[in-house]
Design a protein around this ligand. Structure first.
Ligand code: PLP
Length: 398
């Protein structure tokens, strides 16, 4: 058998993909599965964005571009951060990559040395921990719960920071909880970070997907003294329904961006040329399509939260952003159904798929043994039907 590099043994295959594969198999057998597992908008990419890509293709924009991304796109990103957050970035401080995931990967490779700690509040997006491990780092998890709205407090952060902390990751709105930080909470967090010399990564990928007038602020705006230690990561996947186009970006101090660009130059080179043209239109063009999608997500959020909380034994917080809910299903763990005992969120997700034909992602991948993640990036009819099915399935557990 081939001997593989040790780093491949450090990381695990995604539970999310395992559930998606099982759901796909059932669907291929003609079984009607309600899919709450997708981490992407169910809307198509807006026509104005597709048209920009087609136009770029016709213009012959089919060659390599600058490794860091075309300048008009980097300018549009700088303009977005100036108008949305009052932050000024130079061209040398912006790197466009093949999705925000790639931006984060480059960044971790650029700044993490073996043994460095990466501080991540849980529940967290699955890839932070594995990317930290691939860079030789040590993920250090800060637990949160419903009691604090799945947000960390300043004191909790102060306790977790140490001289070994290299990076602190803040994701607001969050995947998987949708939790979003208020300005006062960010100010308190900034005060703690001012006393520690670590880098701060803010993953803003859901910054446009917020509800009830919630205002997303960035730490760099609230605490200018931290600006030179903050790297902002964002992208077009979620806000503009462009997951397949693979465009993400990072804004931060020029030396870090230079190092990440060097890594990118030796791995993928530039992100796809015509996808960059599409991303330029996404960010620069009219934003009414974003408002339409967010309006639809808001209606669905209200319904899914209400229906879930009506199920006996399920508790679900109402998130401020993103398109996920993270219901607590701990009441069913340790119980039995169909002669089997349910010992984990994974068992619950398996049971829901088999019994109710509902695909949900178990909490383990996000650092929780008491929750499942449901994406409401699906139609209201699917949400109503899926919740009915889950209600009936949960009622059978004793
Ligand atoms: C919190 C978070 N960050 C980053 C990403 C990566 O997005 P992409 O690589 O599609 O830009 C995702 C996607 O699921 C996410 O949920």
């Amino acid at each position: 058998m081939t001997t593989l590099a040790e780093r491949t043994l450090l990381i695990k295959p995604s539970v999310t993909l395992a559930i998606a594969a099982k759901a796909g198999k059932l669907r291929s057998q003609g079984i009607d599965v309600i899919n709450f597992s997708a981490g992407e908008p169910d809307f198509d990419t807006p026509d104005r964005i597709k048209a920009a890509a087609i136009e770029a293709l016709k213009r012959g924009m089919t060659k390599y571009t600058d490794v860091r991304g075309i300048e008009p796109l980097r300018q549009a990103i700088a303009q977005k951060y100036l108008s949305d957050y009052g932050l000024r970035y130079q061209m040398s401080e912006i790197l466009v990559s093949c999705g925000a995931k790639h931006s984060l990967y480059n960044l971790f490779q650029a700044v993490v040395n073996p043994g460095d700690e990466i501080l991540v509040p849980a529940p967290y997006w699955v890839s932070y921990a594995d990317m930290a491990l691939l860079a030789g780092g040590v993920p250090k998890i800060i637990q949160t719960s419903e009691a604090t709205g799945f947000r960390i407090g300043a004191q909790q952060l102060a306790k977790a920071l140490s001289s070994r902390t290299r990076v602190f990751v803040l994701n607001s709105p969050s995947n998987p909880t949708g939790a979003s930080y208020e300005e006062t909470e960010l100010m308190a967090i900034a005060q703690v970070l001012e006393k520690h010399n670590c880098l701060i990564v803010t993953d803003d990928i859901y910054d446009k997907i917020v509800y009830d007038g919630f205002t997303i602020r960035n730490l760099a705006t609230l605490a200018p003294s931290l600006r030179d230690r903050i790297v902002i990561v964002n992208g077009v996947s979620k806000s503009y329904a462009m997951t397949g186009w693979r465009i993400g970006y990072a804004l931060g101090p020029a030396d870090i961006i230079d190092a990440a660009a060097k890594i990118q130059s030796q791995s993928t080179s530039n992100p796809t040329s015509i996808a960059q043209a599409a991303a330029l239109e996404a960010i620069q063009g009219r934003q009414d399509d974003v408002a339409m999608m967010v309006g639809e997500f808001a209606k669905r959020r209200n319904v899914v939260v209400e229906r879930l909380n009506a199920i006996s034994g399920v508790q679900c917080l109402k998130p401020q952003g993103a398109f996920y809910v993270f219901p607590n299903i701990a009441a069913f763990i340790g119980k039995n159904v169909n002669g089997k005992s349910l010992t984990s969120p994974c068992d619950i997700a398996d049971y829901l798929l088999e019994e109710a034909k509902v695909a949900a992602v178990p909490g383990e991948d996000f650092g929780s043994n008491a929750h499942i993640r449901l994406s409401y990036a699906t139609s209201l009819e699917n949400i109503e039907e899926g919740c009915r099915r889950m209600r009936d399935a949960f009622a059978k557990i004793h």
